[in-house]
Design a protein around this ligand. Structure first.
Ligand code: FAD
Ligand code: SIN
Length: 546
């Protein structure tokens, strides 16, 4: 294979093929040649797993103001009101767009059937049974594969974006990216005038997660290394109800089950969430997850239970067919017995700091979807607001790039090929597996639902050790998928811990026993990058606020 075979030039490179990446690609393809990368198969995304649905005001009794209010209240003082207003206002056009693509939301008497989820004042979640993400992904994937201006490459892991090496991030411009091809083992070079990071979240930093394996925060790490600020990384959302079963790891039991009256109970059948919050099972996720965590730790339980036996088998099969099938397959009939559940890492509220057009601190580099921090979710995301945000920002970002067409065509700087002359093949991959599991275990134990100064300090010390080991590994051996993901996860874990240590209060999803109070003044955390080309992590010693 010659170097020429490993080089591609496109107008826009979209890294990620979930709801955010594919929607942006489809819009951009009206005028541009677009290359979309997916790290594994095209279906391997959080989007494809989404169950509950898309929050949108469609009921005449509901209002945009109410959706805005609920979002801001759940966000515990850290949402950006104008972002929330923008996203909520565009929800109806998002729904229209999805319907045009062919997504058929469940209907009732001629109107969309609306599900209820935690901390929403109204039933306002449009859904396709309990597999909304799969329905949306199916339509987006089929459109994108059939579009003449879109090329999709799977099994490609973006390693880093390449920028001109200006000293300040603001004067840097993105030129392209290096991409590891899992099938050939080669590193490809893609030149692009604009790059969109749409790589999803980083919940794989935790031992237990509802996310697919690829949720390793690659886009956040890539942007940070390129010189972008990241914000609110301490706000990791733990979904209260993931299935607890040896044969089914990381399967979510949708919040919509609680919306239909599902009750959380202890092994002795006692209901407990109302002791923590008068809204009970439909309190915001942070509250419910903490209540479960408290009960599990107090009584040394492996799990608690979600009881939905008030619904008939027929009702369950119609409303929750995917969940019902999954439980049947492991011998649990949810219409007659409670479901064992535990909280698990689910969503990354923080991410790459962007403006209304998804623009990061580096020119030509954009971030959308779970990778970005837009100000929509603040300290805790409201259920079913993520797909909505993905689709709205895909739209605003694509429109911005389309309008900047002429400026971007003036960029002509070249980038060199990936250099492997100084590295060899590793014969010690055990280092990677060992570090992977160690990182995810201590993040779960020390940086989980309840934190303390001591636990965060311990995590920080371990991160330093792992950073050194992986730094050596990265500098001496040829890259592979596991190494690239571990390098990103360690950096993201570092950003989470830095941000968590900076926050001297409990707010939303960040709860620490050392500072149980919530400060009167709400401030987002921002970690500024240190631009050091020789450091594969670009760590910053302290998280600084803006
Ligand atoms: P993803 O859909 O995760 O896509 C990421 C893409 O990036 C993938 O194609 C991946 O292969 C690719 N990628 C990653 N790294 C690289 C790399 N280095 N190189 C190349 N490609 C890369 N939200 C809601 O609003 N409603 C719901 O009902 C809902 N239910 C959920 C249920 C589950 C089980 C989960 C896990 C999440 C749920 N969420 C829900 C959250 C929501 O689904 C996600 O936040 C959203 O889908 C993220 O979309 P995305 O496009 O940003 O990323
Ligand atoms: C769920 O169905 O419970 C997930 C919804 C979400 O994460 O927004």
């Amino acid at each position: 294979m010659t170097n020429l075979d490993l080089r591609t030039e496109v107008d826009v490179l979209v890294i990620g093929a979930g709801a955010a990446g594919l929607s942006a690609a489809l819009r951009l393809a009206s005028a541009f040649k677009v290359l979309v990368l997916s790290k594994e198969s095209i279906r391997s995304s959080s989007t494809n797993r989404a169950q509950g649905g898309v929050a949108a005001v469609t009921d005449p009794d509901d209002s945009l103001e109410s959706h805005v209010r609920d979002t801001i209240k759940a966000g515990a003082g850290l949402c950006n009101r104008s972002t929330v207003e923008l996203v909520v206002a565009k929800a109806s056009s998002v729904v229209e767009h999805l319907e045009k693509l062919g997504v058929q939301f469940d209907m009732e008497n001629g109107s969309p059937h609306l599900a209820k989820e935690g901390a929403h004042s109204f039933r306002r979640v449009l859904h396709v049974a309990d597999a909304t993400g799969h329905a949306i992904a199916t339509k987006l994937i089929s459109r994108a594969f059939n579009h003449p201006n879109i090329e999709i490459r799977t099994d490609r892991v973006a390693i880093d974006v390449v920028t001109n090496r200006e000293s300040s991030a603001q004067s840097r411009r993105v030129l392209g990216a290096y991409v590891y091809n899992r099938k050939s083992g080669c590193v490809e070079t893609v030149r692009a005038r604009s790059i969109i990071l749409a790589t999803g979240g980083a919940s794989k930093a935790y031992k237990y997660t509802s996310n697919p394996d690829g949720a390793t925060g690659d886009g956040i790490a890539i942007a940070y290394r390129a010189g972008c600020r990241v914000s609110n990384m301490e706000f990791n959302q733990f979904h209260p109800t993931c299935l607890y079963h040896a044969e089914a790891r990381s399967f979510l039991i949708s919040e919509a089950v609680r919306g239909e009256g599902g009750k959380l109970i202890l092994p002795n059948g006692e209901s407990f969430v109302r002791r923590f919050d008068s809204r009970g099972e439909l309190a915001p996720r942070d509250v419910v997850a903490r209540a479960i965590d408290f009960e599990m730790k107090k009584s040394g339980l492996d799990c608690v239970f979600l009881d939905v036996t008030h619904m008939s088998r027929n009702q369950i099969e119609e409303r929750f067919p995917q969940i019902c099938d999954k439980l049947d397959s492991i011998g649990i009939d949810m219409s007659t017995e409670p479901i064992p559940i535990v909280p698990a890492a689910h969503y990354t509220c923080g991410g790459v700091l962007v403006n209304y057009h998804g623009a990061t601190d580096v020119k030509g580099l954009y971030a959308i979807g779970e990778t970005a921090c837009t100000g929509m979710h603040g300290a805790n995301r409201l259920a079913s607001n993520s797909l909505l945000e993905c689709l709205v920002y895909a739209m605003t970002t694509a429109d911005h790039i389309l309008q900047r067409k002429d400026n971007d065509r003036s960029v002509r700087e070249d980038i060199s090929d990936w250099d492997e002359s100084q590295v060899t093949n590793s014969d010690e991959d055990v280092v990677l597996t060992q570090n992977w599991s160690e990182l995810r275990r201590f993040m779960w134990n020390y940086v989980g639902i309840v934190r303390t100064n001591k636990r965060l300090e311990r995590a920080a010390r371990r991160i330093e050790l792992l950073k050194n080991e992986v730094h050596d590994y990265y500098s001496n051996y040829r890259v592979n998928g596991d190494l690239l993901e571990l390098r990103n996860l360690i950096l993201v874990a570092d950003l989470i811990v830095q941000s968590a240590r900076w926050r001297k209060e409990s707010r939303g999803l960040h709860f620490t026993l050392d500072y149980p109070q919530t400060n009167v003044r709400a401030e987002r955390s921002v970690v500024h990058p240190r631009l050091d080309p020789l450091d594969v992590f670009h760590p910053l010693p302290v998280a600084a606020k803006l």
